[in-house]
Design a protein around this ligand. Sequence first.
Ligand code: ZN
Ligand code: ZN
Ligand code: ZN
Length: 282
Amino acid sequence: MTHSRCLCGAVTWDAEGPLQFMSHCHCSRCRKAHGTPFATYVTAPADGFRASGRDHVGRYESSPGFFRDFCTRCGSVVPGDPWQNLVFLPTGCMEQDPGTRPAAHIFVASRAPWFAIRDSLPQFEAYPPGVDMPAQPDRPAPDPPGAAPRGSCLCGGVAFVVEGPPTFARNCHCGRCRKARGAAHASNLVTTADGVRFTRGAERIAFYKVPEARFFGQSFCRTCGGPVPRLDRDRNIAVVPMGTLDDDPGIRPQMHIFVGSKAPWFDIADELPQHEEYPPAA
Ligand SMILES: [Zn+2]
Ligand SMILES: [Zn+2]
Ligand SMILES: [Zn+2]
Protein backbone atom coordinates (compact mmCIF):
# COMPACT_ATOMS: atom_id res chain seq x y z
CA MET A 1 0.00 0.00 0.00
CA THR A 2 1.30 3.45 -0.85
CA HIS A 3 -0.19 6.70 0.40
CA SER A 4 0.17 9.95 -1.55
CA ARG A 5 -1.08 13.49 -1.32
CA CYS A 6 -0.92 16.78 -3.16
CA LEU A 7 1.08 19.70 -1.76
CA CYS A 8 -1.87 21.15 0.20
CA GLY A 9 -3.32 17.82 1.32
CA ALA A 10 -6.81 18.45 -0.14
CA VAL A 11 -6.43 15.44 -2.44
CA THR A 12 -5.08 12.13 -1.11
CA TRP A 13 -4.89 8.67 -2.61
CA ASP A 14 -3.92 5.11 -1.74
CA ALA A 15 -2.87 2.35 -4.10
CA GLU A 16 -2.61 -1.29 -3.10
CA GLY A 17 -0.51 -2.29 -6.05
CA PRO A 18 1.27 -4.23 -7.28
CA LEU A 19 3.06 -1.21 -8.68
CA GLN A 20 4.49 -1.72 -12.14
CA PHE A 21 6.67 -0.03 -14.72
CA MET A 22 7.99 3.09 -13.05
CA SER A 23 9.33 5.32 -15.81
CA HIS A 24 10.64 8.83 -16.36
CA CYS A 25 8.62 10.57 -19.09
CA HIS A 26 10.26 13.40 -21.01
CA CYS A 27 7.26 14.26 -23.23
CA SER A 28 6.49 17.96 -23.54
CA ARG A 29 3.10 17.58 -21.86
CA CYS A 30 4.58 15.92 -18.78
CA ARG A 31 7.28 18.58 -18.65
CA LYS A 32 4.65 21.33 -18.70
CA ALA A 33 2.17 19.60 -16.39
CA HIS A 34 4.92 19.16 -13.78
CA GLY A 35 7.25 22.07 -14.63
CA THR A 36 10.19 19.65 -14.47
CA PRO A 37 12.63 18.05 -16.97
CA PHE A 38 10.72 14.76 -16.68
CA ALA A 39 7.82 13.26 -14.74
CA THR A 40 7.97 9.88 -13.04
CA TYR A 41 4.91 7.64 -13.07
CA VAL A 42 4.21 4.15 -11.82
CA THR A 43 1.08 2.16 -12.61
CA ALA A 44 -1.26 0.45 -10.14
CA PRO A 45 -4.39 -1.66 -10.73
CA ALA A 46 -7.55 0.49 -10.61
CA ASP A 47 -9.25 -2.05 -8.29
CA GLY A 48 -6.95 -1.29 -5.36
CA PHE A 49 -6.96 2.50 -5.88
CA ARG A 50 -8.87 4.95 -3.68
CA ALA A 51 -8.79 8.76 -3.76
CA SER A 52 -10.41 11.39 -1.57
CA GLY A 53 -10.89 15.11 -2.08
CA ARG A 54 -12.24 14.76 -5.61
CA ASP A 55 -14.11 18.08 -5.08
CA HIS A 56 -10.72 19.75 -5.37
CA VAL A 57 -9.73 18.06 -8.63
CA GLY A 58 -9.66 19.96 -11.91
CA ARG A 59 -8.91 18.40 -15.28
CA TYR A 60 -7.47 19.49 -18.56
CA GLU A 61 -7.64 17.60 -21.87
CA SER A 62 -3.95 17.75 -22.79
CA SER A 63 -4.36 15.62 -25.92
CA PRO A 64 -7.55 14.33 -27.58
CA GLY A 65 -9.38 12.06 -25.14
CA PHE A 66 -6.56 12.20 -22.57
CA PHE A 67 -7.13 14.22 -19.41
CA ARG A 68 -4.65 15.40 -16.81
CA ASP A 69 -5.98 16.00 -13.31
CA PHE A 70 -4.65 18.50 -10.79
CA CYS A 71 -5.51 19.93 -7.36
CA THR A 72 -7.34 23.21 -7.94
CA ARG A 73 -6.06 24.54 -4.60
CA CYS A 74 -2.30 23.90 -4.91
CA GLY A 75 -1.72 22.89 -8.55
CA SER A 76 -0.16 19.48 -7.81
CA VAL A 77 -0.67 16.78 -10.42
CA VAL A 78 -3.01 14.08 -9.08
CA PRO A 79 -3.94 10.73 -10.67
CA GLY A 80 -6.58 10.80 -13.41
CA ASP A 81 -9.05 8.20 -14.68
CA PRO A 82 -7.76 4.64 -15.17
CA TRP A 83 -6.55 3.56 -18.59
CA GLN A 84 -6.94 -0.14 -19.39
CA ASN A 85 -7.70 -0.71 -15.70
CA LEU A 86 -4.42 0.96 -14.64
CA VAL A 87 -4.01 4.18 -12.67
CA PHE A 88 -0.90 6.27 -13.36
CA LEU A 89 0.52 7.57 -10.08
CA PRO A 90 2.78 10.65 -10.02
CA THR A 91 5.57 9.19 -7.92
CA GLY A 92 6.70 12.54 -6.50
CA CYS A 93 3.55 12.73 -4.34
CA MET A 94 4.21 9.43 -2.54
CA GLU A 95 4.76 9.64 1.20
CA GLN A 96 6.85 6.49 1.50
CA ASP A 97 9.16 4.27 -0.51
CA PRO A 98 7.06 2.44 -3.11
CA GLY A 99 9.68 -0.32 -3.20
CA THR A 100 9.90 -0.29 -6.97
CA ARG A 101 12.48 1.67 -9.00
CA PRO A 102 12.49 3.44 -12.39
CA ALA A 103 12.89 1.03 -15.32
CA ALA A 104 13.24 3.35 -18.31
CA HIS A 105 13.18 6.81 -19.80
CA ILE A 106 10.35 7.29 -22.28
CA PHE A 107 9.67 10.03 -24.86
CA VAL A 108 13.35 10.94 -24.92
CA ALA A 109 12.85 12.36 -28.43
CA SER A 110 11.03 15.25 -26.66
CA ARG A 111 13.71 15.72 -24.00
CA ALA A 112 14.38 19.29 -22.79
CA PRO A 113 17.50 20.75 -24.46
CA TRP A 114 18.83 21.88 -21.07
CA PHE A 115 18.68 18.41 -19.52
CA ALA A 116 21.04 15.48 -20.10
CA ILE A 117 20.21 11.90 -19.12
CA ARG A 118 23.19 10.52 -17.17
CA ASP A 119 21.97 7.17 -15.87
CA SER A 120 22.10 3.85 -17.71
CA LEU A 121 18.37 3.03 -17.81
CA PRO A 122 16.95 2.01 -21.20
CA GLN A 123 15.73 4.94 -23.30
CA PHE A 124 12.78 4.89 -25.69
CA GLU A 125 12.06 7.58 -28.26
CA ALA A 126 8.34 7.62 -27.45
CA TYR A 127 6.11 4.98 -25.83
CA PRO A 128 7.82 1.88 -24.46
CA PRO A 129 7.68 -1.30 -26.58
CA GLY A 130 4.26 -2.96 -26.50
CA VAL A 131 2.26 0.27 -26.37
CA ASP A 132 0.88 0.79 -29.83
CA MET A 133 -0.21 4.41 -29.80
CA PRO A 134 0.72 7.38 -31.96
CA ALA A 135 2.84 10.00 -30.18
CA GLN A 136 1.19 13.42 -30.14
CA PRO A 137 3.19 16.25 -31.70
CA ASP A 138 4.35 18.98 -29.29
CA ARG A 139 2.10 22.01 -29.04
CA PRO A 140 3.82 25.04 -30.58
CA ALA A 141 4.70 27.93 -28.25
CA PRO A 142 1.81 30.45 -28.08
CA ASP A 143 4.02 33.43 -29.08
CA PRO A 144 6.51 33.79 -31.94
CA PRO A 145 10.20 33.52 -31.04
CA GLY A 146 12.07 36.63 -29.91
CA ALA A 147 15.31 37.56 -28.21
CA ALA A 148 14.35 36.17 -24.78
CA PRO A 149 13.56 32.51 -23.96
CA ARG A 150 9.83 31.83 -23.99
CA GLY A 151 7.79 29.71 -21.64
CA SER A 152 4.15 28.66 -21.32
CA CYS A 153 1.85 26.47 -19.26
CA LEU A 154 0.40 23.16 -20.42
CA CYS A 155 -2.67 24.75 -22.06
CA GLY A 156 -0.79 27.74 -23.47
CA GLY A 157 -3.15 30.17 -21.71
CA VAL A 158 -0.27 31.60 -19.68
CA ALA A 159 2.89 32.60 -21.55
CA PHE A 160 5.96 34.57 -20.56
CA VAL A 161 9.49 35.55 -21.52
CA VAL A 162 12.59 35.42 -19.32
CA GLU A 163 14.19 38.78 -20.04
CA GLY A 164 16.44 39.00 -16.99
CA PRO A 165 19.76 37.17 -16.78
CA PRO A 166 19.45 33.96 -14.74
CA THR A 167 20.89 34.28 -11.23
CA PHE A 168 21.15 30.51 -10.85
CA ALA A 169 19.43 27.23 -11.71
CA ARG A 170 19.05 24.35 -9.24
CA ASN A 171 17.42 20.98 -8.78
CA CYS A 172 15.60 20.92 -5.44
CA HIS A 173 14.75 17.57 -3.81
CA CYS A 174 12.86 18.89 -0.75
CA GLY A 175 9.57 17.23 0.14
CA ARG A 176 7.57 20.35 -0.72
CA CYS A 177 9.08 20.66 -4.19
CA ARG A 178 8.49 16.96 -4.85
CA LYS A 179 4.80 17.24 -3.95
CA ALA A 180 4.30 20.60 -5.65
CA ARG A 181 5.69 19.18 -8.89
CA GLY A 182 4.67 15.54 -8.39
CA ALA A 183 8.17 14.66 -9.56
CA ALA A 184 11.61 13.50 -8.40
CA HIS A 185 12.74 17.09 -7.97
CA ALA A 186 12.02 20.63 -9.06
CA SER A 187 14.36 22.31 -11.55
CA ASN A 188 14.11 26.05 -11.07
CA LEU A 189 15.73 28.96 -12.82
CA VAL A 190 15.87 32.10 -10.68
CA THR A 191 16.12 35.67 -11.95
CA THR A 192 15.01 39.05 -10.59
CA ALA A 193 11.30 39.74 -10.14
CA ASP A 194 11.17 42.03 -13.18
CA GLY A 195 13.20 39.48 -15.18
CA VAL A 196 10.02 37.59 -16.11
CA ARG A 197 7.33 39.29 -18.19
CA PHE A 198 3.97 37.62 -18.76
CA THR A 199 2.74 37.99 -22.35
CA ARG A 200 -0.53 36.09 -21.88
CA GLY A 201 -2.91 35.04 -19.16
CA ALA A 202 -1.41 36.63 -16.01
CA GLU A 203 -5.02 36.84 -14.73
CA ARG A 204 -5.32 33.05 -14.96
CA ILE A 205 -2.58 32.48 -12.39
CA ALA A 206 -3.50 31.07 -8.98
CA PHE A 207 -1.11 30.99 -6.04
CA TYR A 208 -1.00 28.56 -3.14
CA LYS A 209 1.24 29.27 -0.17
CA VAL A 210 2.07 26.49 2.28
CA PRO A 211 0.62 27.95 5.53
CA GLU A 212 3.47 26.87 7.81
CA ALA A 213 6.22 27.81 5.33
CA ARG A 214 8.01 31.14 5.34
CA PHE A 215 8.01 31.50 1.56
CA PHE A 216 7.16 28.22 -0.11
CA GLY A 217 4.27 28.30 -2.54
CA GLN A 218 3.25 27.36 -6.02
CA SER A 219 1.91 29.52 -8.86
CA PHE A 220 -0.11 27.64 -11.44
CA CYS A 221 -2.57 28.09 -14.30
CA ARG A 222 -6.21 27.74 -13.20
CA THR A 223 -7.16 26.17 -16.53
CA CYS A 224 -4.58 23.37 -16.79
CA GLY A 225 -2.93 23.28 -13.35
CA GLY A 226 0.49 23.66 -14.97
CA PRO A 227 3.11 25.45 -12.84
CA VAL A 228 4.10 28.94 -13.99
CA PRO A 229 6.78 31.38 -12.79
CA ARG A 230 6.31 32.77 -9.34
CA LEU A 231 7.17 36.44 -8.88
CA ASP A 232 8.16 37.40 -5.35
CA ARG A 233 8.56 41.19 -5.30
CA ASP A 234 9.44 41.28 -1.59
CA ARG A 235 12.53 39.15 -2.20
CA ASN A 236 13.03 40.48 -5.75
CA ILE A 237 13.12 37.04 -7.32
CA ALA A 238 11.23 35.18 -10.00
CA VAL A 239 11.27 31.40 -9.77
CA VAL A 240 10.78 29.76 -13.17
CA PRO A 241 9.89 26.04 -13.28
CA MET A 242 12.25 25.03 -16.08
CA GLY A 243 9.88 22.43 -17.54
CA THR A 244 7.64 25.30 -18.67
CA LEU A 245 10.33 26.72 -20.98
CA ASP A 246 9.73 26.56 -24.74
CA ASP A 247 13.26 27.70 -25.62
CA ASP A 248 16.70 26.77 -24.32
CA PRO A 249 17.47 29.27 -21.54
CA GLY A 250 21.24 28.76 -21.96
CA ILE A 251 21.80 28.04 -18.28
CA ARG A 252 21.79 24.44 -16.96
CA PRO A 253 20.94 23.23 -13.44
CA GLN A 254 24.14 23.84 -11.47
CA MET A 255 23.61 21.79 -8.32
CA HIS A 256 21.27 19.58 -6.34
CA ILE A 257 19.90 21.03 -3.11
CA PHE A 258 18.03 19.41 -0.21
CA VAL A 259 19.34 15.99 -1.18
CA GLY A 260 18.87 15.11 2.51
CA SER A 261 15.15 14.93 1.61
CA LYS A 262 15.64 13.13 -1.71
CA ALA A 263 13.06 10.57 -2.86
CA PRO A 264 14.25 7.03 -1.98
CA TRP A 265 13.30 5.78 -5.45
CA PHE A 266 15.47 8.31 -7.28
CA ASP A 267 19.25 8.12 -7.73
CA ILE A 268 21.24 11.17 -8.77
CA ALA A 269 23.45 10.02 -11.63
CA ASP A 270 25.14 13.28 -12.66
CA GLU A 271 28.30 14.91 -11.31
CA LEU A 272 26.72 18.15 -10.09
CA PRO A 273 27.50 19.29 -6.53
CA GLN A 274 25.03 18.03 -3.92
CA HIS A 275 24.00 19.87 -0.77
CA GLU A 276 22.06 18.35 2.13
CA GLU A 277 19.97 21.53 2.35
CA TYR A 278 20.79 25.01 1.05
CA PRO A 279 24.27 25.53 -0.38
CA PRO A 280 26.70 27.37 1.92
CA ALA A 281 26.37 31.15 1.53
CA ALA A 282 28.89 32.44 -1.01
ZN1 ZN B 1 -3.69 20.36 -3.23
ZN1 ZN C 1 4.72 12.14 -20.61
ZN1 ZN D 1 -2.65 26.60 -18.57
